[in-house]
Design a protein around this ligand. Structure first.
Ligand code: PLP
Length: 426
């Protein structure tokens, strides 16, 4: 058997779906002219003008073999960013170490400046990393813990961060206190108290997840940070899902440390994230990889990762440009509209539970659904097998259901299929 047909067949067997070629996925030959296309006066740039969103949809590539409602893992790059990334890779491949030795540093600094402006902050507090996991592990592993220090984490924080803190329990003798986050809080105060009530004289840090990946719940991070600061407690924020999804300036939260992955909602190439550390804290945090190139209070000490693909980092500039062509508010409002569109149609069905707060201020694109009598995996499997809808099962002690995450390229007709599928099953 030829290698290609073997791979194709293997793909078929693994996914149970037909194989799509790269060329088949290109939707718009005009993808590079997105700024002009989005200014098309025959459509309105509102969350509900499907003419506008069809133009956006065509700027992405997506599989036509299944309906992808699992965009929480990472976002596809729009074709323009993918093209930019590949063009830069080609250019760097031609100049090789010339670029690395003579041009890389300036290009990186320009990107840092651009990203800092996008995030609403100071470039001297911003390190470009590979992802949220690396960023937060840097702070958690590099923090000068004393035996007996206490850290408050949330019961629905991302697994890797909890693992990193548990390692510090064993290694540095810190103690973890677990805040129980209600799924349908009555007020912000209830969420603030979930953290603040656990503070003792030994508490050093609160770690909170801005948007919980399991349910899509958005926490009132700024208020929790203010309450913590007024008690002298530092706050680390995992903003993996809120950056470039919710319309806010991450630096404005006032967190001591904040991290996100740019391959999630900013639609950057895979392997990009950032770490924000307030200037006053930089000296005390050990970098994950040892550094002697920069002063200990220089944020760049956290970027000592050896050789990295620079074209990926440079693509941040193009991804920001694409994001801004739509705009943060419109993007957020569209993503919320897509979530509400299907949730409203199924939430009152018998046996259906939506495991995500309904209010706009408490969620974005992500919602979690369960159907009584079906395990999360059984529900996800049936959605795929019977309806070609790809989602992800969430089987967590506190949240059990299937996570549905539409994206800018999701069509309402796809969500209609989801609604029909849920009706059939419920
Ligand atoms: C809340 C949250 N934090 C952190 C991460 C880790 O992101 P990455 O794998 O890009 O480091 C994820 C990934 O889904 C997440 O949902």
């Amino acid at each position: 058997m030829h290698r290609k047909s073997f791979i194709t067949k293997a793909g078929l067997i693994l996914s149970g779906l037909p194989f799509t070629s790269f060329a088949d996925t290109i939707n718009s030959p005009n993808f590079l002219n997105y700024e002009k296309a989005l200014k098309n006066t025959s459509v309105a740039n509102t969350p509900t003008d499907e003419g506008y969103w069809k133009i956006v949809r065509d700027m992405f590539t997506y599989s036509k073999d299944f309906i992808n409602l699992e965009n929480g893992y990472f976002s596809p790059q729009p074709m323009s960013t993918l093209q930019y990334n590949q063009t830069k890779e080609h250019a760097i491949n031609t100049r090789t170490s010339w670029f690395m030795r003579r041009e890389q540093s300036e290009a990186l600094e320009q990107t840092r400046k651009n990203l800092a402006e996008f995030l609403g902050g100071n470039l001297e507090e911003l390190a470009i990393t590979r992802n949220t996991t690396e960023s937060l592990n840097t702070v958690i592993s590099g923090y000068p813990w004393q035996k007996g220090d206490e850290v408050i984490v949330g019961n629905q924080d991302y697994g890797s961060m909890l693992t990193a803190f548990r390692q510090q329990e064993k290694r540095a003798g810190i103690a973890l206190k677990i805040a129980q986050i209600p799924l349908h809080p009555k007020s912000d105060e209830e969420l603030i108290q979930a953290y603040i009530s656990l503070i003792t004289p030994r508490t050093k840090v609160i770690h909170l997840t801005h948007m919980i990946n399991l349910s899509g719940q958005l926490l009132p991070a700024k208020k929790i940070i203010e309450a913590a600061h007024s008690r002298g407690i530092e706050v680390m924020v995992d903003a993996a899902h809120s950056v470039a999804h919710i319309d806010f300036k991450p630096f404005d939260l006032g967190a001591d440390y904040l991290a996100a992955s740019l391959h999630k909602w900013l639609c950057c190439p895979l392997g990009l994230g950032f770490l924000m550390v307030q200037k006053k804290h930089i000296s005390k945090i050990w970098p994950l990889m040892a550094d002697e190139d920069f002063a200990i209070d220089n944020i760049r000490k956290f970027e000592h990762q050896g050789t990295r693909p620079p074209q990926t980092i440079l693509s941040i500039n193009e991804a920001i440009k694409f994001h801004n062509a739509i705009g943060s508010t419109l993007k957020q409002d569209r993503l919320r509209y897509l979530k509400s569109y299907w949730v409203q149609k199924v939430k009152n069905l018998p046996h259906v539970t939506i495991n995500t707060p309904e209010e706009d201020a408490r969620s974005g694109a992500i919602a979690n659904i369960s159907i009584r009598g079906m395990s999360p995996q059984a529900l996800a499997d049936k959605l795929l097998a019977d309806h070609k809808i790809f989602s992800v099962a969430i089987d967590h002690p506190n949240i059990k259901g299937v996570r549905i995450t539409p994206h800018l390229y999701t069509a309402l007709s796809e969500l209609d299929k989801l609604v029909e599928a849920i009706k059939t099953m419920a």
